[in-house]
Design a protein around this ligand. Structure first.
Ligand SMILES: Nc1ncnc2c1ncn2[C@@H]1O[C@H](COP(=O)(O)OP(=O)(O)OP(=O)(O)O)[C@@H](O)[C@H]1O
Length: 513
């Protein structure tokens, strides 16, 4: 860190000093500039949103604020005091904690062990007293009104419970500044409102939040300040109430953005049925029957626990159903076999890109062409030039922010990784494209690109199945089947209103099928 900028933020500690003040932060990864003289000031007791397109530099800033990455230049101060040395993890833990989308708790240990094991074991030289550990954990969770049985293995926690446990753990280290990195991405409507209630309660108790989200309506609902990054730079910081939605989007993108909508022309009556699902029943009892024709986009909507992802995973072979038949272009698929689904012409964007989507250490080119060796070589010999050519087209078509096809996928931001998954699904020229929550974690402009690509492929005759609870995703559909508690409870064709659809997803629809 440079001496001059450190001097600029040195001063008396505490008082009115910001909880965190990052000034003139620059960071490069090879030739990529992740942050260029960017900064943020977060004041005590506020809930401050950090927004920006995929690759804008948000995660890099968080990683610098958390002491996990060193900045090339610039200075960070907490409560007016310079940040501790990188290696002093305890000191960082007392200042802030970050609750990531991916859990940092150990699934095989109990909640109590996750909360206390390191601390109890460290340096004490004495045996762990399990009853003491449990009581401490219960007391800690009770202090922050988290209702969870501390004896249960962490693997059994819901996403919501896990986040609350991680927040309580952070507070127990003394941190009063918490970074929430896309906390609502995996929650349903009810879970989101419980999280927001919790944030408001904690804020009243003096906890400060930095809230990262691609859902701008959430920023308006829960935050009082917003900072926008674009292309590695700080663009604006303003009270949320003073920045219109349009101005916010313009700050993020440098332009105005409108989402694509379905062009609402029904597929021709003679169009071939490319997906036929008959009486499919998943292992946990969710059921669906549906058809998708060439050139048609059909949605399966539903909140958390509706069964929409389960049925989608059974359709594409990610799980083995208990019964029913799935056929792609007349060919019946082998249950539970993704390779068979791919061979039959399915292109897939799975929900969990970390687990099923990508090989992070391989390049964009290798990931995009993984399922289409025949398109990039002959007789089993891959042509690097053809492979890179195909990857370059994908990078251009999907506006992936990367310096070239050889960049490892692990170096890309989350939203750009999602575009690589989409690129791979399209590389096989699928007859049927199945997208499971395709725009989760994707910024507004990238969403527009991804959904625009769906419009293009459907015009070329691909059948598309979109499985999502995002209205923007569902708006491109010709028809939507809404699931609730494992059943399709509502089907709606063109002309549906957002309100009807949301009501049906929440299980309060009046026109049940
Ligand atoms: N370890 C790394 N190695 C190389 N490049 C990286 C690394 N981490 C981030 N980058 C690059 O730095 C830039 C900023 O990425 P960052 O992850 O901070 O963006 P972000 O705003 O969090 O995006 P998203 O919303 O997609 O998560 C991107 O171009 C990314 O590819």
């Amino acid at each position: 860190m440079s001496g001059t900028s450190r001097a600029a933020i040195d001063g008396p500690a505490g008082g009115d000093r910001p909880v965190v003040e990052a000034v003139n932060i620059s960071k490069r990864f090879g030739s990529t500039v992740a942050l260029s003289e960017a900064g943020i000031v977060v004041r005590r007791g506020e809930t401050h949103a950090l927004v920006g397109r995929n690759g804008a530099g948000k995660s890099t800033l968080v990683s610098i604020l958390s002491g996990l990455t060193a900045a090339d230049a610039g200075a960070v101060a907490f409560d007016g005091r310079p940040a501790p040395p990188l290696g002093d993890r305890d000191a960082w833990r007392q200042r802030l904690a970050c609750v990531y989308q991916k859990s940092t708790i150990i699934p095989t240990l109990t909640v109590a062990e996750n909360l206390f094991l390191n601390r109890h074991a460290r340096g004490s030289g004495r045996l762990i007293r399990w009853s003491e550990l449990r009581r401490d954990a219960e007391r800690l969770l009770a202090t922050w009104s988290v209702e969870v049985d501390v004896r249960q293995p962490a693997s059994t926690l819901s996403v919501e419970q896990r986040q609350f446990v991680e927040i309580a753990r952070a507070l127990s280290f003394g941190a009063r500044f918490i970074i929430l990195d896309e906390p609502t991405a995996q929650l349903d409507g009810a879970g989101i409102s419980r999280l927001f209630t919790r944030i408001r309660d904690l804020r009243a108790q003096g906890v400060t939040f930095l809230f990262i989200s691609h859902h701008l309506q959430e920023v308006y609902e829960i935050c009082d300040q917003v900072t926008v990054f674009r292309d590695a730079r700080h663009i604006v910081t303003a009270p949320v109430a003073e920045l219109s939605r349009q101005a916010l989007v313009a700050a993020m993108t440098g332009e105005d953005v409108t989402m694509p909508e379905a062009d609402r022309r029904p597929p021709s009556p003679g169009a071939a049925v490319l997906l036929s699902v008959r009486d499919l029943v998943t292992r946990s009892g969710a059921e669906i029957s549906l058809e998708v024709k060439a050139g048609e986009v059909v949605g399966i909507a539903g909140g958390g626990g509706s069964g929409k992802v389960e049925v989608a995973e059974a359709i594409v072979g990610l799980s083995c159903p208990a019964g029913g038949i799935v056929a792609v272009d007349g060919r019946v698929l082998r249950p539970g076999s993704v390779p068979d689904a791919l061979a039959a012409g399915v292109g897939l964007v799975p929900q969990d890109r970390h687990r099923e989507g990508l090989v992070p250490l391989l390049s964009i080119a290798e990931n995009v062409t993984m399922t289409v060796p025949h398109r990039v070589g002959r007789h089993g010999i891959i042509s690097p030039a053809r492979r890179d050519g195909l990857a370059r087209r994908t990078i251009a078509d999907l506006a992936i922010k990367a310096s070239g096809p050889q960049v490892p996928v692990s170096d890309l931001s989350g939203g750009n990784q999602q575009k690589v998954v989409m690129g791979r699904a399209l590389a096989s020229h699928p007859k049927l494209l199945v997208l499971i929550t395709p725009t989760a974690g994707v910024d507004v402009r990238s969403k527009q690109t991804l959904l625009g690509v769906v419009e293009d492929v459907r015009r070329r005759g691909t059948a598309v199945l979109v499985v999502s609870d995002e209205l923007d995703d569902l708006r491109i559909c010709d028809r939507v089947a809404v699931m609730f508690q494992g059943r399709v409870v509502h089907e709606t064709a063109q002309g549906w209103s957002d309100n009807d659809l949301v009501a049906a997803m929440e299980g309060v629809d009046l026109h049940h099928v």
